[in-house]
Design a protein around this ligand. Sequence first.
Ligand code: HEC
Length: 217
Amino acid sequence: MAKRSVWSDNRFWQRSAAWVTGFASILLIWLTFDTSAQISMGTDADLQNGVTKRVPAPTVINYKITYEMDTTRGHEVPVIGEKEMFFGRDDWSEEEAAELLHLGKLGSQAKNCMNCHTLLGNGAYYAPDLTKAWLDPAWGPEGSLQSMTGKNTKEEAMAEFLQHPSQYPTHARMMPDLGITADEAQGLVAFLKHMSSIDTNGFPRNFGKIKGAVHGK
Ligand code: HEC
């Protein structure tokens, strides 16, 4: 009997399929566990002890957030600095901060920010990505938005803008008034500040950084 080529042997293809499926399943399970560990939120104790977490605790709103070049990784990473005031306080407890962030998250869903903006890359491309909006120079001490709103702090300026965006148009496209209340605005600003502290592997790249948001600049 003539020897058959391995390529035309059914058993060869069946075994290959079984091995590939098995390997892919193990890889997916491993990746699932690895990702869960990377994206789980840190705690207030981590923050106080300088333990770096990809997603810091909600109490990160009590700290200054800067952006620094990480030469080994080849992109900038958020760095949590000293304490700073957030709506007049730098002692938001874990519970209070979590509650504020939750209010902001619900607000962002109820008012559908993603209908126009992107958050962590998800959403629409009508308006700017909000992932690092907290570090946008426009909100800095010399920024156009902070001075336009007449507020003395970044968080107050942002909250004012969110409540009355149509009063402060800067681009050809204007953000419409969404009926955001003062409380919701505070929550949304906390939500945006927390989001800017998430280590997103340098995403989005090349956004304009606020003066003082990058060390040594
Ligand atoms: C209907 C579309 C639309 C929706 C919905 C919307 N925005 Fe906007 N937003 C805009 C546009 C357009 C701009 C740019 C306005 C400008 O610069 O004058 C903007 C600007 C902003 C800015 C300033 C951008 C920056 O880089 O600093 C922030 C912050 C912001 N929006 C937050 C939000 C939040 C939070 C929500 C949800 C609660 C939201 N927006 C919902 C259209 C929208």
